[in-house]
Design a protein around this ligand. Structure first.
Ligand SMILES: *Cc1c(COP(=O)(O)O)cnc(C)c1O
Length: 222
């Protein structure tokens, strides 16, 4: 395990130009983010609203803050003024709340819809069928202060790389089908957030555009 600077440099230089690195800084101090920032990193991912808000207050304003974890509707207001991408929209009501808070802040907030692809029961997200029927329904079109920019998923926590690849492949196939079908007139629907420290090379092979990498940059979380 190298320093934060070395890790950022080696991971960034290994990514194809079509893939952006989200450095997942949850639980890590602002000083660790500053080190990554000095190495050129600008996109950081957090999974807790309060922690992200605190770090936003402390750190340079050209950082793009991505909320990657489960988001409760009553907390959207705290991040709506500055969040640049919400990865894990897992409920239609949540999308409506984000729209409402976006309007209050005179912003259009970019969002990804989370699809449940893992074998574990506990992870949040929609099924593919639910997302397809929601997109087809057009109910999102009147939400002028959110932009649905793609999909997000988390693979099963397993050593079985064939299973991980299979899960990512399924999501990627579904993503492309939506892109070419119901979302074909929405070029902003172009982001696929898959891949973490243990599986991002597989995710890239399967068409990821956003990898969310924490421990491979900042070390283990305790
Ligand atoms: C913590 C987290 C990550 C990063 O996990 P690592 O294994 O440390 O890279 C990615 N995505 C989500 C949703 C997370 O909560």
């Amino acid at each position: 395990m190298g320093t934060i600077t070395e890790n950022i440099r080696s991971i960034s230089s290994s990514l194809p130009p079509s893939v952006k690195l989200v450095a997942v800084s949850k639980t890590k101090p602002a000083s660790s983010i500053e080190e990554a920032y000095a190495a050129g990193q600008r996109i950081f991912g957090e999974n807790r609203v309060q922690e992200m808000e605190e770090k936003y207050g402390l750190l340079p304003k050209d950082i793009e803050w991505h909320l990657i974890g489960h988001l409760q509707s009553n907390k959207v207001k705290y991040i709506a003024p500055f969040v640049s991408l919400i990865h894990a929209v897992d409920d239609e009501k949540l999308l409506e709340t984000i729209d409402k808070e976006g309007r209050k802040n005179n912003r259009v907030i970019d969002c990804l819809i989370q699809i449940h692809i893992a074998a574990e029961e506990t992870k949040f997200g929609f099924t593919e069928e639910e997302v397809e029927s929601f997109l087809l329904s057009g109910r999102w079109k009147h939400l002028k202060n959110v932009r649905i920019c793609g999909l997000m998923g988390m693979a099963t926590f397993t050593e079985d790389t064939a299973q991980i690849q299979h899960e990512f492949h399924g999501l990627s196939t579904f993503f492309q089908r939506m892109q070419q079908g119901v979302m074909s007139e929405h070029p902003e629907f172009n982001q696929l957030s898959i891949g973490m420290s243990g599986d991002y090379p597989i995710a890239i092979q399967e068409g990821s555009t956003l990898v969310r990498v924490g421990s491979a940059i900042f070390g283990d979380r305790h």
